[in-house]
Design a protein around this ligand. Structure first.
Ligand code: E4P
Length: 214
């Protein structure tokens, strides 16, 4: 399973890249608004640090304007994937951009129908938002299972990015289902590596090491 960091913060991205586990980065306007740097400069710097795709989101709503915005974003770096919200205008733009070889991450996906159409239009990635579905008492993991099964049934090459991840169990359940990618916030990435028994084990070994004859 590939792990992306869901962050627009350079320090976080540099840190996780240093762990050797970073396959890509996803940003969105809310994440970018937290950074005290211009959008384009920040995305360029993120692309330079990231050994894989970096999603940068389009904010235009009409297909022709989305395409213009996406082309400009794609020029920032070769590893840009343009993020486009799912919808009729987004699908039309995706068809055009796919034809031009620009990778599209179709975002704000909340149903398997949306994911199927996104894949057929040529999206390289689809991003179902599981945490936001959990918030409204929907079965988010059932959605991931449906999308993964549909893509497998028809050999669709679009990769599923499990997004809006809130805790480590989300990542594990997504991995068990066979989702290609989870995009994980920094705090959850840290929780994935921690276990209290590991900490207790290290403490005990160090204490006992002090008693070993040297
Ligand atoms: C994914 O690409 C989105 O940036 C992100 O996962 C949204 O998560 P949120 O629901 O925590 O805002």
């Amino acid at each position: 399973m590939k792990l992306f960091l869901d962050s627009a913060n350079l320090e976080e991205i540099r840190e996780v890249a240093g762990w050797g586990v970073l396959d890509g980065v996803t940003t969105n306007p809310s994440l970018c608004s937290k950074e005290n740097v211009t959008f384009e400069d920040n995305i360029r710097a993120i692309c330079a640090l990231t050994p894989g795709p970096v999603s940068a989101e389009c904010v235009s709503l009409r297909a022709e304007e989305i395409v213009v915005e996406a082309r400009a974003l794609a020029k920032i770096a070769p590893n840009i994937a343009v993020k486009i919200p799912v919808g009729l205008e987004g699908l039309k733009a995706t068809k055009t951009l796919h034809g031009e070889g620009i990778a599209v991450n179709m975002t704000l996906v909340f149903s398997s129908g949306q994911a199927l159409l996104a894949a057929k239009a040529g999206a390289r990635f689809v991003s179902p938002f599981i945490g936001r579905l959990d918030d409204v008492s929907e079965d988010s993991m059932a959605l991931i299972e449906e999308i993964v099964t549909i893509f497998e049934n028809y050999g669709l090459e679009t990769e599923v990015i499990v997004a809006s991840v809130r805790h480590p169990r989300h990542v594990i359940e997504a991995a068990l289902i066979g989702a290609h990618i989870a995009t994980v916030p920094y705090a959850v990435m840290q929780k994935l590596v921690k276990h209290p028994l590991t900490d207790i084990g290290i403490e005990r070994f160090l204490a006992d090491w002090g008693k070993v004859k040297k």
